[in-house]
Write a protein that binds this ligand. Structure first.
Ligand code: SF4
Ligand code: SF4
Length: 143
């Protein structure tokens, strides 16, 4: 199994440094891959990343909710959405997304649709770990 980052991710980057196997990578290009992504082959399911996420975007794969019920006001970010979000990340640097919208109280979202992109990101031909070495990836990691 693996852990999965879902579309509740707002690129806070707080999860990256706690991963003992360094398998969390920023999505690049951001408009196509708006979250951070977990390499499902390398993830050891330790769970260390889960409490680091201020947006509770990370779940064990088997626990990704098919009917996530919104408290209201939380953001979802998908390549198919147009909407402006900005806020500070884990390092105090502003994150700007144009792929986000706020959820309404009680709105239900199937977050299991976010599982496949985590796998696809690391397939041959996908961005994979090479994203760490791009200018956009470095900016997201603030290195
Ligand atoms: S801590 Fe949460 S919001 Fe930040 S990059 Fe990780 S999953 Fe995304
Ligand atoms: S569960 Fe552990 S190994 Fe997997 S991404 Fe999170 S911190 Fe890394």
């Amino acid at each position: 199994m693996t852990h999965i980052i879902t579309s509740l991710c707002l690129r806070d980057a707080g999860c990256v440094d706690v991963c003992p196997v360094e398998c969390i990578v920023p999505g690049v290009p951001q408009d196509k891959y708006p979250w951070f992504y977990i390499d499902p082959v390398t993830c050891i399911d330790c769970g260390a990343c889960v409490p680091e996420c201020p947006f509770t975007a990370i779940f064990p794969e088997d626990d990704v909710p098919a009917a996530y019920t919104a408290k209201g006001g939380e953001w979802i970010s998908l390549p198919t959405i147009s909407g402006h979000y900005e806020g500070p990340n884990h390092h105090g640097v502003k994150v700007v997304l144009e792929t986000a919208r706020q959820l309404a109280p009680g709105e239900q979202v199937d977050l299991t649709a976010d599982i496949k992109p985590n796998y696809d990101f690391f397939l041959p031909g996908g961005p994979g770990y090479g994203a760490n070495d791009t200018d956009e990836g470095k900016a997201a990691l603030h290195k």
